[in-house]
Design a binder for this molecule. Structure first.
Ligand SMILES: C[S@@+](CC[C@H](N)C(=O)[O-])C[C@H]1O[C@@H](n2cnc3c(N)ncnc32)[C@H](O)[C@@H]1O
Ligand SMILES: [Zn+2]
Length: 286
C-alpha cells in the first residue's frame, strides 16, 4: 500500500520501520509496526519516535536541554541574536543560494537557511525541539524576513528519518551534528534519503584542525574566533598532552577519522573548508 501522507510532495513513512502511514483522526498510524504518531497541532508533523530509542549513553536529553536553555537566554537580546546568526550564516549564504530542488535541514531549528535559498527551492526542517516554533523568533523578521512564517517542520530525529529513499537533492546539517546522539546513524539515514549524486553539507563544531590546516593558515579569521597563534598553542598542548580538542559541554566529540568511517564508500568528499571556528564538508552521495 502506498503512503498517503506527504509534505511538500515528499512521502512520509514510519521513522522506525519505514512502513507506510495512514492518517486516522488525529494520529498517523504505521501499517507495518502499528506505531501511532499523535498529531496535536497543524503547525508541524509529529514523527518523533519513542524517546527510549534515543541513545542515552551520550546524554542526549541533558545536552539538548542545555542547548535549548542557551537559546532561551539569548533570544530576549535581539541585537546579539541577530549578530550571532548573521556571523554564522552570512559566510555560507552564497553556497545556500545555489541549492535547488528538495532540501532537508536536519536540526534546522527555525529554518533560517530559507533566507538564503532560491525562492523555488523546497525546504523541510526535521528537529526534535518545538521551541523553534515559538513566537519569539518572528521578532527577528525585520532582519530575516523568512522568519515571518514558520518553516515546513517535522518533529523528529536525524537518526530516524521519515522520508522514502532518494527523496532529496540536498541534505544540510548546520551546527547540529555535534548535538545528535548517534551521528553514524544520521549519516546512514542521510545516505538513504538522498538522491544519487545529491549533496550532504555539514558544518561541524569543535573540530581539531590538522597540522596542515595550521601551517597553511586555512582557517578564516573571524571576529570572536581565536587567533592563529592561540590555535597553534592549543594544538601543541593537545598534541603533547594527548588530550582531546576542547569541547563545549552540550557537544558530542567528533573527529575527522570518525567522519571518514561514517562516510565509508557511500559518500565522497567534494569540499572541506573552514569557516572561522567551524569545519564544513560537502559530501556527494555515490
Ligand atoms: C545549535 S542548534 C542549531 C540549529 C540550526 N541548525 C541553526 O543553524 O540555527 C542544534 C540543533 O540540533 C537539533 N538536534 C539535536 N539532536 C538532534 C537529532 N537527534 N536529530 C536532529 N536534530 C537534532 C537541536 O534541536 C537544535 O535545533
Ligand atoms: Zn512502523
Amino acid at each position: 500500500m502506498n503512503s498517503n501522507v506527504s509534505i511538500l510532495g515528499i512521502s512520509i513513512i514510519c521513522p522506525l520501520c519505514k512502513g507506510d502511514l495512514t492518517r486516522v483522526q488525529n494520529y498517523l498510524m504505521c501499517h507495518n509496526c502499528s506505531h501511532e504518531y499523535i498529531q496535536s497541532s497543524d503547525e508541524y508533523l509529529n514523527l518523533m519516535p519513542d524517546i527510549e530509542n534515543v541513545d542515552k549513553d551520550h546524554k542526549w536529553k541533558e545536552r539538548q536541554e542545555e542547548m535549548e536553555q542557551w537559546y532561551k537566554d539569548l533570544i530576549p537580546d535581539i541585537d546579539s541574536t541577530v549578530s550571532i546568526l548573521k556571523h554564522d550564516y552570512l559566510p555560507l549564504g552564497q553556497y545556500f543560494s545555489k541549492l535547488i530542488g528538495h532540501i532537508l535541514d536536519i536540526g534546522g531549528g527555525v529554518g533560517l537557511v530559507r533566507q538564503y535559498l532560491l525562492n523555488d527551492s523546497k525546504l523541510i526542517v526535521v528537529d526534535p525541539s518545538l521551541d523553534w516554533l515559538g513566537s519569539d523568533w518572528s521578532q527577528l523578521s525585520k532582519t530575516f524576513p523568512c522568519l515571518e512564517k514558520r518553516p515546513d517542520f517535522v518533529l523528529g530525529l536525524g537518526e530516524y528519518l521519515m522520508f522514502k529513499n532518494q527523496s532529496f537533492d540536498t541534505v544540510l546539517s548546520l551546527w547540529s551534528m555535534n548535538h545528535v546522539s548517534n551521528p553514524s546513524r544520521v549519516f546512514q539515514e542521510v545516505q538513504r534519503v538522498l538522491k544519487t549524486g545529491g549533496k550532504f553539507f555539514v558544518v561541524f563544531e569543535d573540530m581539531e584542525p590538522s597540522w596542515a590546516d595550521i601551517l597553511s593558515r586555512s582557517r578564516h579569521r573571524k571576529i570572536g574566533c581565536p587567533t592563529w597563534l592561540e590555535i597553534l598553542k592549543m594544538k601543541l598542548q593537545v598534541t603533547f598532552s594527548k588530550k582531546f580538542w576542547p569541547l563545549q559541554s552540550d557537544h558530542l566529540l567528533i573527529t575527522e577519522s570518525d567522519i571518514n568511517i561514517w562516510i565509508g564508500s557511500h559518500f565522497r568528499i567534494n569540499e572541506r573548508k573552514w569557516y572561522g571556528n567551524y569545519l564544513s564538508f560537502e559530501f556527494i552521495k555515490m
